[in-house]
Design a protein around this ligand. Structure first.
Ligand SMILES: *[C@@H]1O[C@H](CO)[C@@H](O)[C@H](O)[C@H]1NC(C)=O
Ligand SMILES: *[C@@H]1O[C@H](CO)[C@@H](O)[C@H](O)[C@H]1NC(C)=O
Ligand SMILES: *[C@@H]1O[C@H](CO)[C@@H](O)[C@H](O)[C@H]1NC(C)=O
Ligand SMILES: *[C@@H]1O[C@H](CO)[C@@H](O)[C@H](O)[C@H]1NC(C)=O
Length: 523
């Protein structure tokens, strides 16, 4: 063997020694839930790690990597994600949003939480998954927070550390699992319209909701899942024990668009990880937007799960009329068959919206969006003001925050009418403050010592390399909620103070008695 081939072999072996087997688990969830995992998977593959990705739909973004690298994508069949119950088709997102009622929002959560057993059964009855359970060995599990309950047993089964990856802010029990308290004094419950500055009443509500959710999950949801878990993982410990084994968590936050908070070691902020510079547009789209002249163009999209063609006809006509009066051109995402016909020349309907390539285009003036977290991050990354048209859940909160940060205005779906929509759009385009504010946030987002992707890759490799990170664990992990909030300590201190006050009062009484006695004696 020549010396040069020895050198090659040496480097190959070094490469193998440093490469890890990583399991990524997200058999259920939406396209945007997945979007934060995709760049990590791509990056890990490009660094020669092997990735096994358990998911519910083939990812077009991974097609190239699947050919070139060591990626095993295991598709769990029949686990399509829908936020609305497909059985009860009486409602669509536009009706839901126009009603603006808590009740209709709760329906979504009931529907989604009704799916947990189905997710478990479909996933673990899947032949591909079963084969991985039998033959796989892994150094690390990257577990999406969306289906964490279904993934905890995998870490136990493979005896590997795991990282929880949240598609949003840190979910309510992650900080707790890592030994921190929930900081409900300034961290708002992720589904409530509150900011990080709360008065006493709000702090009470915030604390109650946060803890009730955790208590509900640990005492009612998990015990109901335990039989299924034990069916597929005989001898598994309880879900609560298994999730307490967490090593680290990824949060999709950054102070450029999220409220800042203190994190325990092991929490890594990866907000904006999916954002990337714009790429050239397809020819017909580039022609359409570059002919917009100095007026520029507007992007209108409501995300991957809301079909635009469910929009009620009157509402649709308002948008069409208003857009036709604007000097700007409009690129409008429209999936579905019922395309509106009588559109003016400045409107282009597209099936597929290359959102970041459009937002990053120099002529882009405004982004009309449902206000999903990823879209909000993209608007900031590319520096485009926002007209928020939120439907549900965190979209409402994202847009409240964007409005208070001064780079957005928002309209509710039941407010949509010609004059208001027209005036709002013009204000956002022609009043400088909106673009100035979004550019300021853009600079903050870009001013980081490393990109969120580099950070995510570093921490993923770090934990795989060291087989966990016990040296990062807070000493408070073995303490319960009351102990962490020091309630026991304050109670004891309060008791000591009471005792002291009582004793002082008794002394005083004695003293008073003594004085009276002396007085009596003197006169
Ligand atoms: C991955 O492996 C290939 C071939 O074995 C090698 O050329 C490349 O430098 C490696 N990449 C990294 C990031 O180690
Ligand atoms: C799930 O989605 C795929 C692709 O979008 C589709 O072909 C399939 O019919 C869907 N299955 C169900 C049960 O809805
Ligand atoms: C916790 O992790 C360690 C190390 O991977 C493992 O040995 C142990 O079985 C895990 N415990 C539970 C309850 O998952
Ligand atoms: C478009 O056509 C529909 C019916 O075909 C009509 O009701 C609507 O007013 C038209 N909209 C505009 C903007 O002309």
């Amino acid at each position: 063997m020549s010396s040069s081939s020895l050198v090659v072999l040496f480097f190959l072996l070094i490469g193998l020694a440093n490469s890890h087997n990583i399991l990524v688990f997200m058999p259920f969830g939406s396209h945007s839930h997945k979007a934060t995992l995709i760049p990590l998977i791509q990056g890990l593959l490009e660094r020669n790690h092997s990735v096994t990705f358990i998911t519910n739909q083939e990812s077009s973004d991974l097609r190239y990597h699947k050919m070139m690298y060591n990626l095993d994508e295991v598709i769990v069949s029949n686990l399509n994600y829908s936020m609305l119950d497909p059985e009860s088709a009486e409602q669509n997102f536009f009706q839901l949003a126009a009603q603006q009622s808590i009740l209709s929002q709760l329906k979504i959560f009931r529907h989604l939480s009704g799916q947990v057993n189905r997710v478990l059964d479909q996933t673990y009855n899947d032949a591909g998954v079963q084969s991985i359970l039998r033959h796989g060995t892994f150094d690390l599990l990257l577990l999406s927070q969306v289906v964490s309950y279904a993934g905890y047993p995998l870490a136990w089964h493979f005896q590997c550390p795991f990282i929880l990856s949240s598609p949003n802010v840190l979910m309510t029990d992650s900080a707790y699992l890592l030994g921190d308290s929930e900081h409900t004094e300034y961290v708002p419950f992720f589904l409530m319209a509150m900011t990080d500055k709360m008065n006493l009443v709000r702090r009470v509500i915030n604390t109650a909701f946060t803890h009730l959710l955790n208590i509900f999950q640990d005492n009612f949801v998990f015990p109901r899942l335990q039989p299924s878990i034990e069916k597929y993982f005989p001898g598994a410990p309880s879900l609560i024990e298994m999730k307490a084994n967490i090593t680290a968590a990824f949060a999709n936050t950054h102070p450029a668009f999220s409220y800042p908070r203190a994190y325990p070691p092991g929490v890594v902020e990866l907000g904006g990880i999916h954002c990337r510079p714009a790429k050239p547009l397809p020819r017909h789209m580039e022609e359409f937007v570059s002919e917009s002249g100095s007026a520029g163009f507007i992007v209108f999209g409501v995300g991957s799960i809301i079909p635009m063609d469910e929009m009620p006809r009157q509402m649709l006509d308002v948008f069409i009329r208003v857009f036709s009066r604007l000097p700007q051109r409009v690129v409008w995402q429209w999936r579905g068959i019922n395309k509106p016909a009588n559109l003016s020349d400045n409107i282009l309907l597209v099936d597929w919206l290359p959102q970041q390539d459009l937002l990053g285009h120099e002529k882009c003036k405004l982004f009309l969006t449902h206000g999903g977290l990823l879209s909000t991050q993209e608007a900031i990354y590319h520096g485009v003001p926002v007209l928020g048209l939120p439907f549900i859940s965190d979209q409402l909160l994202n847009m409240d925050k964007a409005v208070s940060d001064g780079y957005a205005l928002q309209l509710r779906w039941n407010q949509i009418e010609d004059k208001l929509l027209y005036r709002t759009i013009r204000k956002l385009i022609y009043q400088d403050s909106f673009v100035e504010n979004v550019r300021r946030r853009q600079i903050l987002l870009h001013d980081q010592s490393e990109s969120p992707l580099e950070r995510g890759l570093y921490w993923t490799e770090y934990i795989a390399r060291h087989g966990g990170a016990p040296h990062l664990q807070l000493g408070s992990r073995h303490l319960n909620r009351f102990q962490r909030s020091l309630i026991d300590v304050y109670l004891i201190l309060a008791a000591i103070a009471c005792l002291f006050i009582f004793a002082a009062w008794r002394c005083l009484r004695r003293f008073e008695f003594f004085i009276r006695f002396m007085k009596f004696d003197l006169f």
